[in-house]
Design a protein around this ligand. Structure first.
Ligand SMILES: [Zn+2]
Length: 321
């Protein structure tokens, strides 16, 4: 009988300066030696990575390919630090982040200015947008050499199939090996935490804005059908109880949406007012994430046909149907 040889997969754990804590990257040995994700761009992260590669008998110079799950700074930070890596592969939406595309960032900033005004956010909170720009230093620099998307096979690792998992990020991909049900899930599937469905502008101008929570839910359901046995996540421990975890995460989100529905039963409200009630302590400091979460729940309720949007003097209001 022929033995099926699998790529070997090693988890490396890298510190980040962010609230989320450590991030995992994965060393994948197949026809090429790949690193899935590249930690954050700090000295501590680099030292942790080099040390753990060394413990496995490798050095950064041995890495031939970088594979990205999504564009967030804790996943692409060190992407430019591997001189012998001849390829960087990921979703095409990583590219403006990797190349620090000025016109993209301007459009990004304008999108949030416009939408925050539309959501009823007072101008005094817009200083957060400046802070967003200052965080760009944590992003790695580079450029994709190959674009991958849903249904593709990972270059150099032909047992791994690319699964589209937008929601947490518009660039988000996961990687699935059907033969043993292994799944490298980035931030799409995590134990103990539900990832933030982050609001982003459409990547192609003129398109409607993505609805990240709806994407996230539909991709959770998709993952439930894949036959995943073991998840190698971007944060926290490796896990396998998807049949429990995914329905529990969907239910938790529905509970949050119901809380928003109850607020709207009292009176019609603008998104920012709902955000303040949902996150009274957090909203001012983490306006992007708390507004993303709020808009997510509103998108969900609207999609369920439970609430109705109206616009008054350029500001969005929701009411129950
Ligand atoms: Zn992320």
């Amino acid at each position: 009988m022929m033995k099926v040889l699998h790529d070997t997969i090693h988890q490396l754990t890298i510190p980040t300066p962010f609230a989320v804590g450590d991030v995992h990257v994965y060393l994948l040995k197949g026809d090429v030696l790949s690193l899935v994700d590249a930690g954050v761009r700090t000295k501590e992260a680099w030292e942790a990575l080099v040390l753990q590669l060394k413990q496995l008998g490798y050095s950064p110079n041995d890495i031939e390919q970088l594979i990205l799950t999504h564009h967030h700074p804790d996943h692409i930070g060190l992407v430019g630090e591997f001189p012998r890596a001849h390829s960087i592969v990921g979703h095409s939406f990583n590219e403006p982040w990797l190349t620090k595309d000025e016109s993209f960032f301007n459009r990004y900033e304008q999108f949030f200015k416009d939408y925050f005004a539309f959501f009823g956010v007072p101008d005094v909170y817009l200083k957060y947008l400046e802070q967003m720009k200052s965080e760009l230093g944590h992003f790695g620099e580079g450029s994709l050499t190959a674009v991958i998307d849903e249904g593709d096979v990972l270059p150099g690792h032909d047992q791994w199939r690319v699964i589209g998992t937008k929601g947490h990020a518009q660039s988000h991909l996961s990687f699935f090996r059907e033969s043993d049900g292994s799944f490298i899930g980035g931030d799409h599937l995590l134990a103990h935490i539900t990832p933030n469905p982050v609001l982003e502008p459409p990547y192609n101008e003129g398109q409607e804005r993505p609805k990240p929570l709806l994407q996230y839910r539909s991709n959770l359901n998709k993952c439930l059908q894949l036959g995943i046995q073991k998840v190698y996540p971007g944060h926290n421990e490796v896990f396998s109880n998807l049949d429990e975890l995914i329905p529990a995460q969907l239910k938790l989100q529905e509970k949050r949406a119901n809380k928003v529905f109850e607020m709207l039963q009292v009176k019609e409200q603008k998104p920012f007012a709902i955000c303040q009630q949902l996150f009274p302590k957090k909203f001012a400091k983490q306006l992007d994430l708390t507004m993303s979460e709020t808009i997510g729940q509103l998108d969900f309720l609207e999609n369920e046909g439970k609430i109705l949007a109206t616009v008054k003097d350029g500001i969005l209001f929701y009411q129950i149907k």
